[in-house]
Design a protein around this ligand. Structure first.
Ligand code: NAD
Ligand code: IPM
Ligand code: MN
Length: 364
């Protein structure tokens, strides 16, 4: 069986980490005799530079024809002067999520056993480990709510965004969180701001309704501000964190860093037909782009998620995850995972990709 994957590497470290993910995919294809065809398309700043717009028709069409999308990252200082809707994030990534109605975003963050020291958590806390799945609503809330814009002039000028959620939108993402919890430690923590926001009051109501269909799963509600701090105090108490679009954005960077680096957190974004876009949770990292030092693991693990969710190649997905775990256990680390005085031992983006690809080939 032959699969089609649309590859959108994007900007900044996107192409650097994508090259390593492709390397690892090649190793896994050989090992599992998979037939995957890749088509590369410009997106984001790269597309602005080459085509004059962040999401060209040809890119969208290529994505529509593919079985799945492997996405790098978009954005950077070069395009920040453009009108907001013409910039890479709002002109390409959000429209892609909207176009395919990729409402379900899942970001799994686990503290690697033996590498607790990579975490910025206090050692008695990191010693207990943690394993959190952030389930983030991705096509609604304040990101997409209308009206959105600016009006007026001078000191009277104002800007506005609208946070808006329907019962249907909350219900479908809540169901996914509960289903995911069933396959894990059977606990859902729903993150909201129900002491202030009308959207969060509705969110809680619907989540309570959905919970009744899952009597075997424990449910707790937590305010977003408290959640960010409890994650630092007792991350091991969380299993599935169910979040609206904006709160999930915030929580996902926090859980990424608790594992040691933004460069470790992968993600899958699915629609109700199971079509998916796979991307690192982090961005184009302009501060380190072009230096060959970015951690490619989030991109590599996103490729593993693609194999699992879109191509249903579980063994191949697992082989990649095992190879990544091996690299980390072997102490094969990119610079941001190391203390400043040990950076001379840091591996480059390319060395990391090579090592993981080799581990895929050698595994039995
Ligand atoms: P960022 O995630 O790009 O970077 C935040 C910090 O994490 C930086 O210090 C960066 O060096 C580090 N980091 C991120 N990925 C890393 C990796 N793989 N290895 C090592 N370190 C890594 O967030 P930002 O700086 O706020 O945003 C930069 C640009 O990326 C902006 O234009 C933003 O809009 C965009 N962005 C894009 C996406 C996406 O395309 N999915 C996601 C987030 C941010
Ligand atoms: C993410 C990113 C995006 C988001 C930006 C780049 C639009 O931060 O995927 O987490 O806010 O969703
Ligand atoms: Mn984010």
């Amino acid at each position: 069986m032959s699969y089609q994957v649309a590859v959108l590497a994007g900007d900044g470290i996107g192409p650097e980490v994508m090259a390593e993910a492709r390397k690892v995919l090649k190793a896994v294809e050989e090992r599992f005799s998979l037939d995957i065809e890749y088509s590369e398309y410009d997106v984001g700043g790269a597309a602005i530079d080459h085509h004059g717009c962040p999401l060209p028709e040809s890119t969208l069409k290529g994505c529509e024809e593919a079985d799945a999308i492997l996405f790098g990252s978009v954005g950077g200082p070069k395009w920040e002067h453009l009108p907001p809707n013409d910039q890479p994030e709002r002109g390409a990534l959000l429209p892609l999520r909207g176009h395919f109605e990729l409402f379900c975003n899942m970001r799994p963050a686990k503290l690697h056993v033996g590498l607790e020291h990579m975490s910025p958590l206090r050692s008695d806390i990191s010693a207990q480990g943690f394993d959190v799945l952030c389930v983030r609503e991705l096509t609604g809330g304040i990101y997409f709510g209308k009206p959105k814009g600016r009006q007026g002039e001078g000191e009277q000028e104002e800007a506005f965004d609208t946070m808006r959620y329907s019962r249907r939108e909350v219900r479908r993402i809540a169901k996914i969180a509960f289903e995911a919890a069933r396959g894990r430690r059977k606990k859902v923590t729903s993150v909201d701001k129900a002491n202030v926001l009308a959207c969060s009051v509705l969110w809680r109501e619907v989540v309570e309704e959905v919970a009744k269909e899952f009597p075997d799963v424990a449910l707790e509600h937590i305010y977003i501000d408290n959640a960010t701090m409890q994650l630092l105090r007792r991350p091991f108490d969380f299993d599935v964190m169910l979040c609206s679009n904006l709160f999930g954005d915030i929580i996902s960077d926090e859980i990424a860093m608790l594992t040691g680096s933004m460069g470790l957190l992968s993600s899958v974004s699915l629609n109700s037909d199971g079509f998916g876009l796979y991307e690192p949770a982090g961005g184009s990292a302009p501060d380190i782009a072009g230096q060959g030092i970015a951690n490619p693991i989030a991109q590599i693990l996103s490729a593993a998620l693609l194999l699992r969710h879109s191509l249903k190649e579980e063994a191949a997905a697992k082989a990649i995850e095992d190879a990544v775990a091996k690299a980390l256990s072997d102490g094969y680390l990119t610079g941001e995972l190391l203390p400043a005085d040990q950076r001379d031992k840091a591996k480059s983006t390319r060395e990391m990709g090579d090592y993981i690809a080799q581990a895929v080939r050698e595994a039995n």
